[in-house]
Design a binder for this molecule. Structure first.
Ligand SMILES: [Zn+2]
Length: 371
């Protein structure tokens, strides 16, 4: 009897580890069912992305892009109302993973260290809200909604969620009691993205300190979902096995991996001659948080294309600048002059270099026009 019980327990733990790590594809399928032309819009995004990468071969020399983040904590129980420390720990994880300063980068197999990349993207909690007021970048909303699924409730205050901040200026992240079996999901860029653009993450999978559930307790769910938000697909490709993730330097892979496999895994997958097998430690696989440690150069290209093409305010916004200040308020100040980093007078026509815009109200904005 005791023996059977043990076997049953092992079965249960297997099911737990096979939890749906990410709902991004299911979310995209929902969008396609509700909007027949969504698929066409996404195809267009991918074609434009390819073209942008082709036309911007040297973009890897660009200055760091900083993305202002607003975290909407939508809570019902005190446990769901996660601490500021937990939220800050997630911002730290994002900065480490996207700048490749994560300590576990030493676990990247040698065969891939040359393509494992610093994406040159950083994240900060917003310091200015959409009305131009000072903010912590953390908004807390009490709800009686219960679990949140993949519908619009989470980003609708009247439905028990929290309204989004303008998605041209902020990365919106909702942290909530997400439907069981799901860790999080995100919306990729497209013309269909309006309200609700951003990430929705279960409160137990956010950050690396506080209320967390192993093995998804190191903040990598959010790293993965920001990848989707910046137009990355899963490493095994979209829609089925041995698919195409539209990134040249990630090996072809049959399907997702869970747990924490040993390298090499599945050599010659999908009838290739790739002896190194699956890149299961890529952030865009489904392995445990502790076993993920890289984005590749090809993935960085797609993410930078996504920012420049579809989230272009993020190229110039940052948490010390004018993010979220309304047009009306912006219009009140007059540009006096533009100077470069050496203080020389410049013009808006100068591209690919940081410029400082000096205004008559004493404010200065740093901008880079990337071409
Ligand atoms: Zn995913």
């Amino acid at each position: 009897m005791k023996r059977i019980f043990t076997i049953l327990l092992a079965g249960i733990s297997l099911i737990t580890s096979a939890q749906e790590r990410c709902g991004a594809e299911a979310h995209a399928k929902n969008m396609m069912n509700n909007n027949p032309s969504y698929a066409i819009a996404r195809d267009k995004v991918n074609a434009q992305t390819e073209k942008w990468i082709e036309n911007n071969p040297n973009h890897s020399e660009k200055t760091i892009i900083t993305i202002p983040v607003v975290v909407h904590v939508v809570w019902e129980t005190n446990t769901q109302n996660i601490s500021d420390a937990q939220i800050l720990s997630q911002i730290d994880v994002l900065n480490e993973d996207f700048r490749r300063t994560n300590v576990d980068q030493i676990n990247t197999p040698n065969v891939w260290t040359s393509i494992a990349t610093d994406s040159e993207i950083e994240f900060c909690l917003a310091t200015t809200d959409p009305n131009g007021n000072t903010t912590t970048g953390i908004e807390r909303t009490q709800t009686t909604h219960g679990e949140f699924g993949m519908d619009s409730d989470i980003h609708t205050a009247s439905a028990g969620g929290a309204d989004d901040w303008p998605n041209d200026d902020y990365l919106n992240i909702w942290v909530c009691n997400i439907q069981s079996g799901l860790l999080g999901y995100a919306s990729p860029p497209s013309n269909w993205v309006g309200d609700g653009d951003g990430l929705v993450i279960g409160y137990r999978y956010f950050g690396r300190t506080g209320t967390l559930q192993s093995p998804y307790n190191k903040g990598r769910t959010v790293t993965h979902e920001v990848g989707h938000w910046l137009n990355l697909d899963h490493v095994w490709g979209a829609w089925g096995s041995c698919g195409n993730d539209q990134v040249a330097d990630t090996p072809k892979q049959e399907t997702e991996n869970y747990s924490c496999p040993a390298f090499p895994l599945n050599p010659n997958a999908c009838s290739t001659t790739n002896a190194n097998g699956d890149m299961f430690m890529n952030y865009m696989d489904y392995t445990n948080d502790a076993c993920m440690n890289l984005f590749t150069n090809g993935q960085k290209d797609r993410m930078l294309a996504a920012i420049n093409l579809y989230r272009s305010n993020m190229v110039t916004n940052n948490c010390d600048g004018s993010v979220g200040i309304s047009e009306q308020k912006n219009n009140k100040k007059k540009l006096i002059k533009i100077v470069d980093v050496l203080g020389r007078t410049s013009t808006e026509k100068q591209t690919n270099t940081p410029l400082f815009y000096i205004y008559d109200n004493g404010s200065v904005e740093k901008k880079i026009i990337i071409e």
